[in-house]
Ligand binder design. Structure first.
Ligand code: HEM
Length: 491
């Protein structure tokens, strides 16, 4: 009877790849780069299909229109998060604590002071950090490129959240401990790596394993201790009088209906979600520039015409549309979070003659050619070509319908990334600074041969897809570059 019930509820789901009885498609699911597999299936099964793991359906959304229809237009029933059992078992954190943002309207955090207007308060700090990044690359060429990008990403998120000085190039990193602790949470949130999320009936068994409980308790206590320490040490405003996120939450706890514990977790979640992604976009940017020198030259010509010998600022943005086109192209070409975060249908709903039952997991397949690489919208999708976003005079074109301003890389609906405006500002100023300051070149080996990293040499880090480590040689484009950078650091 139970099997009949399930069959009845799921018989009108979109069809997808055939699987084995009970196991479904589980043996076809790779532990890394699931996005590639889902993309392959989309070529055969179209813009919406279902795959199965142990009796649980996963509906994959593979085109711009389908994702917008399901996640934007039906967001009242498609904004829930699936329970992450493994994460809850291993860390005592349920998905609500990490993703507490989308309960009202377009996401609570948006309403609370992380929207496009209010994130502008952080632009002086982001400008300062971009100058600091370029200065560090100039002064410490032996420090791996990856570590420079990592420092920058951690520093801008840390300062907007807790305040304080820039994280030093060669000194201690105040964000290191919380980063290490949160990496475990990220790994635990991947259902395809989790036996208990695939076989939920194992939950009581796993919950009662003593050593697992102890590990979870220890982890939870350590994170709370460090999270509270950072929260309590946060300062009200940065050097440019911008209210830090902790302070904004703390003085408004009652208005926002939150406890201090909620606010502490929310700020940790911002750090977790923002640090790795912001670090990744810088690495994808460098990979794109090194593999596309004509794009680098075009951007530098525009920067030279607008800024000349002084570094760029946010005030130049309107006259630097090519940098914004690079941001859009990067998020289309190599989206850092290729499958977004999982969603769950909170009610049965109808779509294109199918019935998607309550409890079905939904996957926003950002990676798929059908979406960010949709050939009908983005011609020649494999090429890295920012000019696709520009008209003949070099101005930004209006975005096609349903593409969320050509920024699909931040997801959809009520749960769209709450850090997106902050992230885009960070990308703008860091890309502009790096292109203005440096020529990007590949390193050469002892025999004089370039050591290249190809555009497909990616690694999968939990939810994020990032290029493998690679070397970059940066050649200064201006005389007295160090003086220009120091002058720009108005701290
Ligand atoms: C280029 C950088 C970034 C990319 C590509 C990115 C992408 C994403 C994506 C795809 C999601 C899932 C959205 C969905 O479910 O539809 C997300 C969620 C989230 N992002 Fe970002 N993000 C970036 C930067 C940031 C930054 C800088 C912050 C914080 C300052 C941040 C904070 C968050 C949080 C807290 C969530 C969870 C929201 C929720 O589930 O309610 N992100 N991000």
């Amino acid at each position: 009877a139970v099997r009949d019930g399930i069959r009845k509820r799921t018989s009108r789901l979109p069809p997808g790849p055939p699987g084995l009885p009970l196991l479904g498609n589980i043996l076809q699911i790779p532990s890394q780069f699931l996005a590639y597999k889902l993309h392959d299936w989309s070529k055969q099964y179209g813009p919406i299909y279902t795959f199965w793991m142990m009796g649980q359906p996963f509906v994959v959304l593979n085109s711009i229109k389908v994702a917008a229809d399901v996640l934007d237009r039906k967001s009242d029933v498609t904004s829930d998060k699936p329970p992450m059992i493994k994460m809850a078992c291993e860390t005592e954190v349920d998905s609500c604590q990490v993703r507490p943002f989308a309960d009202v309207g377009d996401g609570r955090l948006y309403a609370y002071g992380f929207n496009i207007r209010s994130t502008m308060r952080f632009t002086p700090m982001q400008e300062n950090e971009a100058a600091h990044l370029a200065l560090g690359l100039l002064r410490h060429p032996d420090k791996p490129f990856n570590e420079h990008m990592h420092r920058f990403a951690a520093s801008i998120i840390f300062r907007s959240t807790y305040g304080g000085d820039t994280i030093a190039h060669m000194g201690p990193d105040p964000s290191k401990k919380i980063e290490d602790l949160t990496l475990r949470l990220m790994a635990a949130s991947l259902p395809q790596n989790s036996v208990v999320d695939t076989l939920p009936f194992l939950k009581p068994l796993i919950e009662n394993v003593k050593w697992l409980r102890k590990q979870a308790d220890d982890w939870y206590n350590e994170v709370c201790e460090e999270g509270n320490r950072l929260y309590d040490a946060a300062i009200p405003a940065d050097h440019w009088d911008a209210t830090t996120t902790v302070h904004d939450l703390n003085i408004n706890l009652e208005k926002y209906g939150m406890t201090k514990h909620d606010a502490m977790w929310m700020t940790l979640a911002l750090f977790m979600a923002g640090q790795e992604t912001s670090h990744t976009v810088l690495r994808i940017f460098a990979l794109a520039m090194l593999n596309n020198p004509a794009v680098m030259r075009a951007a530098q010509e525009q920067l030279d015409a607008v800024c000349g010998r002084r570094p760029p600022t946010f005030a130049d943005r309107e006259r630097l549309p090519y940098i914004d086109a690079i941001i859009k192209e990067m998020l289309r070409w190599r989206p850092p979070v290729p499958l977004s975060l999982l969603r769950m249908a909170s009610e049965d709903f109808e779509y294109q003659g199918y019935t998607i039952p309550k409890g079905t997991t939904l996957i926003d397949n950002i990676w798929c050619v059908g979406q960010t690489r949709d050939a009908s919208v983005y011609h020649n999708p494999d090429a890295f070509d920012p000019s696709r976003f520009l008209d003949a005079s070099g101005n930004l074109l209006p975005s096609p319908p349903d593409t969320r301003s050509d920024l699909l890389g931040f997801g959809h609906g009520r749960r769209v990334c709450p850090g997106k405006d902050f992230a885009v500002n960070g990308m703008f100023i860091s890309f502009a600074y790096l292109l203005w300051a440096f020529q990007f070149e590949w390193p050469v080996d002892e025999s004089g041969k370039q050591v290249i990293c190809g555009v497909d040499e990616m690694e999968s880090h939990a939810l994020v897809a990032t290029p493998r480590p690679f070397g970059v040689v940066l050649k200064s484009r201006h005389e007295s570059l160090e003086e220009h950078l120091r002058a720009a650091m108005k701290e």
